[in-house]
Design a protein around this ligand. Structure first.
Ligand SMILES: [Zn+2]
Length: 563
């Protein structure tokens, strides 16, 4: 690699991709760390691994192959030992009669080509690829078809008691789950169809397809999942649900909810990855607008009253509530929660999982927990009138009560409580505030650029040309899987129960009147917060359009919000 390296650096300099100063810095670092100057250029951020590979391809006149564009058979890993693939920077992409297309970092490395030719026992046709993509491919390939050695352990008591106990299947399942943890995925989908097995991950609310094991492994993978979740291995025709506690080689154990559904092409597996306690930060990390954050902090510092968070499933309500609980959590306070399911474990907090099969629903559990002398109570969700009335009563009698409601916006919670037969005086005396929230995707900071769509921004988002100039988007890079987004952030609105609001509630005023008063008293909507965050270059105008679709389709139902 070193022979062609100098020439490559000179070309990059001539093309203005890197500067002389960057080369000198890389050379110095290379000497002290005994590494290749090209590696140091990439490590120092002067040039991406991808650009480097594309330039090398031009110089050597070999084709550049974007590995993300091809469905590569990972079983080729069996033909070259892992150590060799890593040392030489090679992986066979396509094998034909008498020949193989091999991804290489440096096709001018003739001794590497020789070794690969001997291992594959056929002619080698090199192509150039991005070092980071190749490294990731090698890691995935050797984990998914590994034949021995496990760096991942799974806490299943009876690991041998499996009809699919062969190691490649075990390694493949482990790799699939480890990848989900690395991507920060919320769900893993294994979908079989006529001729292929599709492996997809939901990341930041959007599905992403990744190369996975072949269809031939499907039955084995499902069997393995059933063993891990202690389900009936013989049952393939009925839906099954189970739980898996997975312990990766590094990091905390992760709980996974497994759902199996028999389809005409076999059992479809969906795994929900439940987040651990590590993700709970502080209130200032929730990205709330200043006035909302102050309102929330003020509410949770009260000795009693009810704080509601509203939004559909997956809008970040749990994180918002747990952040408050974590803030309140200390030995001097008795905190109890009733949840379905218990998603995040907190030390000291007594968490109860509802279990309708034995009659332990939200209402009965809430009654019991109130007899345990709590200061703070979290009710996972209020969906029936009995739970609503007990919760409001608790809020009026010296407890701080947190809960969620399925309403579209913050003000809609009042209508919902009325639907649940909570009397006006109960709402007025119990309720402190309602926080409504949604999640929008965050622009990847590594590939953030000015948005070219100024006209669209001005037209659809209705901002001034000066503000439109501040909009950004992600062009896509390896760090964000070419999506342009990385992570999500909340957009919020807070409805405070003020003296003016008290009067309207007593008069049984409509939600429209309440909304009008809240706006007059300074409430900013989720839409306003979203626009403010786009102007701060945190999200895109396309994400705002998605947000508006949700808000627009929900508003007309305001009279019976989420009934
Ligand atoms: Zn990016």
């Amino acid at each position: 690699m070193r022979d062609s390296g100098d020439f490559l650096i000179r070309t990059l300099l001539a093309e203005g991709v890197i500067t002389q100063a960057e080369v000198e810095r890389a050379n110095q670092a290379a000497q002290t760390q005994r590494r290749d100057p090209l590696d140091m250029l990439v490590a120092g951020g002067a040039v991406s691994a991808r650009t480097l590979a594309i330039f090398r391809a031009k110089i050597c006149e070999y084709p550049f192959v974007d590995l993300a564009q091809f469905d590569i058979d990972l079983r080729h890993a069996a033909r070259i030992p892992r150590a060799t693939a890593e040392k030489l920077g090679v992986f066979p992409l396509f094998c034909f009669d008498g020949g193989a297309t091999v991804a290489m970092l440096d096709p001018l490395n003739l001794s590497a080509i020789d070794q690969v030719r001997q291992l594959l026992k056929c002619e080698v046709d090199p192509v150039i690829c991005d070092a980071e993509q190749l490294g990731a491919l090698i890691t995935r390939a050797y984990s998914l078809v590994r034949t021995s050695g496990a760096d991942v352990t799974v806490s299943v008591e009876d690991d041998k008691d499996t009809t699919s106990g062969d190691e490649p299947v075990v390694a493949a399942v482990n790799q699939i789950i480890v990848t989900a943890i690395e991507l920060g995925a919320s769900d893993i989908h294994l979908n079989p169809d006529d001729d292929a097995l599709h492996l997809r991950y939901r990341v930041d609310g959007v599905m992403r397809t990744l190369h996975g094991p072949s269809k031939g492994m499907h039955a084995g993978l499902v069997q393995r999942l059933k063993v891990m979740a202690k389900l009936d291995v013989a049952q393939t025709r009925k839906p099954q649900d189970g739980k898996i506690r997975f312990t990766p080689a590094t990091g905390d154990p992760v709980d996974i909810r497994l759902s199996l559904l028999p389809t005409i092409h076999g059992e479809n597996a969906v795994m929900r990855v439940l987040r651990g306690g590590a993700t709970i930060g502080r209130i200032e990390d929730l990205n709330m607008p200043d006035d909302v954050r102050k309102g929330y902090e003020d509410a949770i510092s009260r000795p009693h009253g009810m704080i509601l968070v509203t939004g559909p499933t997956g809008s970040g309500k749990t994180t918002t509530l747990y952040t408050a609980l974590a803030e309140l959590n200390c030995p001097e306070r008795n905190i109890g929660t009733i949840e379905d399911p218990v998603e995040i474990r907190l030390p000291l907090v007594r968490q109860v999982q509802v279990n309708p099969e034995i009659g332990l629903n939200f209402a009965t559990a809430l009654r019991s927990i109130l007899r345990q002398d709590p200061d703070v109570v979290l009710v996972g969700e209020i969906r029936d009138s009995e739970t609503a009335r007990i919760a409001v009563q608790a809020a009026m009698t010296g407890h701080l009560v947190f809960s969620t409601l399925h309403t579209n916006d913050a003000v809609g919670a009042v209508a919902r409580l009325r639907d649940l037969e909570v009397p006006a005086f109960g709402i007025n005396q119990g309720l402190l505030c309602v926080l409504a929230q949604r999640l929008v995707r965050k622009i990847c900071s590594a590939c953030r650029q000015k948005t070219p769509a100024l006209a669209e921004v001005i037209e659809h988002v209705n901002v001034t040309p000066a503000d439109a100039q501040k909009f950004r988007y992600g062009a896509g890079c390896d760090g964000c899987g070419q999506t342009g987004y990385r992570g999500r952030l909340g957009v919020y609105e807070m409805f405070r129960v003020t003296p003016g609001v008290h009067k309207l509630i007593e008069q049984n005023a409509s939600v429209t009147d309440l909304r009008r008063l809240a706006a007059a008293e300074g409430m900013r909507t989720m839409w306003d917060d979203g626009v403010a965050k786009a102007i701060k270059a945190q999200t895109t105008w396309q994400e705002l359009m998605k947000l508006r679709t949700i808000i627009d389709t929900e508003q007309p139902r305001e009279s019976r919000a989420a009934a």
